[in-house]
Design a protein around this ligand. Structure first.
Ligand code: A3P
Length: 407
């Protein structure tokens, strides 16, 4: 049994003890001291330092990704361990299937009505998907293609100006949304991480128009085509609509995954902690929140793509992608009008910006991406194999049927 699953199945008391033992051993090893000398109850002078130290170990040993949400619980080693033990407890299944998809959501990102100047005519591709659908894997596969430029999540399209973007992500607690751009600049401009971060800060100070920043990325990447994989785009129908209003001939890859697997992954990875409650959908229950995220994103993408010409969109399933990557990669290359390249099948080779510019582990996207070393077909069914019997709401079943996942 995997350590994560074993921990979830313990009683609350036994899990707490296991986490305290783990915290003591991990801290002792990191600081090079004897475990019995670790003081679990001393108030931490610099919680952030412990957080950064513990984070990669929690992912490797416990399969637990830590987010900004967790930091305030790091007041002492014992408090941090107790918090992690609580977070590893199985999330309670909902008492009843989801009824109102948009019930509970409070949109906090401000007005979405916006004027657009003339549309950019350079080619661009968007990977559109709900969270936990294998989008990081697809991004990194495509990043190996010499004719494509596929940086980590940019999260640019929803915003008009860089200053406002920074303001919003700081106010709502999503600073990680700004990290992918530094990776992109670093790659294109041959910059150091410090220079790339300074460049982003400069653009934010000037409140540079996002349109200009995207245009600049496209110019610098030329002749490679920019491929944007930013799951935030699917969070609002208007944000999706910006793609057609900002670009003349955008192409779209709609990546889908079975909802049972995507929702199980959402809950296991605690994406309710990462995403919080600032979107069109929300639920206190992590299973329902995961389902709402999957259903709303896919529903919005389907609606958005309906009037888009057939030759500008392709649907790709994660299950097929990992079962037969060569076949699916060939389909995608044909769709994009580029020759197939073997590099697509080797996502863990070469420089593909899979690590964060600030050395914070994996680049934005799937926190577990670097815990694998190849395209692993066995991961596709993981959530379904986990045996969680979720009863999906009616609208989820409808969207599932439309996407080829009868529930
Ligand atoms: P699980 O959590 O079910 O394992 P996203 O990048 O959209 O957040 O998707 C995350 C999912 O992609 C995870 O699902 C993860 O396992 C899967 N994934 C990441 N790297 C992979 C790889 N090398 N092979 C197969 N699947 C991978």
């Amino acid at each position: 049994m995997r350590r994560r699953e074993a921990l979830s199945e313990l009683s609350a008391g036994a899990r707490r003890k296991a986490l305290i033992d783990w915290m003591r051993a991990t801290t002792a090893a990191a600081l090079g001291m004897a475990p019995e000398r670790v003081d679990l109850d001393r108030a931490l002078a610099d919680p952030g330092q412990l957080f950064v130290l513990i984070r990669p170990r929690a992912l490797a040993d416990l399969e637990l990704a830590l987010y900004n949400y967790d930091l305030p619980f790091f007041t002492s080693l014992r408090a941090a361990a107790e918090h992690l033990a609580r977070e590893l407890a199985p999330a309670p299944l909902p008492a009843a299937p989801m009824k109102k998809l948009y019930g509970g959501g409070v949109w906090a990102w401000g007005p979405v009505d916006r004027a657009f100047a003339s549309r950019l005519d350079r080619p661009v591709v968007f990977i559109l998907s709900a969270t936990r659908t294998g989008s990081t894997l697809l991004r990194v596969m495509l990043a190996g293609h010499p004719k494509l430029f596929v940086p980590p999540e940019l999260h640019l399209l929803p915003f008009e100006g860089m200053g406002r973007r920074r303001l919003m992500v700081e106010k709502l607690g999503y600073p990680w949304m700004c990290r992918g751009l530094a990776s992109a600049l670093l790659d294109l401009g041959g910059l150091t991480p410090q220079q790339a971060n300074a460049e982003v800060a400069g653009l934010e100070r000037l409140d540079a128009p996002v349109r200009q920043v995207i245009g600049r990325l496209q110019d610098a990447a030329r002749p490679r085509v920019l491929v944007d994989k930013s799951p935030s785009t699917a969070q609002h129908p208007a944000w999706l609509g910006y793609a057609e209003r900002a670009f003349q001939n955008a192409r779209y890859i709609h990546l889908v995954r079975h909802p049972a697997a995507a929702v199980e992954s959402f809950v296991r990875m605690r994406f309710h902690r990462l995403l919080g409650r600032h979107w069109l959908v929300w639920d206190e229950n992590p299973w329902l929140y995961g389902e709402k995220c999957w259903t709303s994103a896919n529903l919005q993408i389907l609606d958005f793509l309906r009037p888009v010409a057939a030759d500008r969109q392709i649907r790709v399933s994660y299950e097929e992608l990992v079962a037969d990557p060569r076949l699916v990669a060939n389909d995608i290359c044909r769709f994009l009008g580029i020759p197939f390249d073997e590099a697509l099948l080797a996502p863990y080779s070469g420089q593909r910006h899979t690590e964060d510019v600030e050395g914070m582990g994996a680049a934005m996207g799937d926190p577990t991406f670097l815990t694998h070393s190849e395209i692993d077909g066995s991961l596709a069914q993981r959530g379904i194999r986990s045996g969680v019997a979720l009863s999906f709401g009616e609208v989820t079943r409808e969207v599932g049927t439309l996407l080829g996942y009868p529930l």
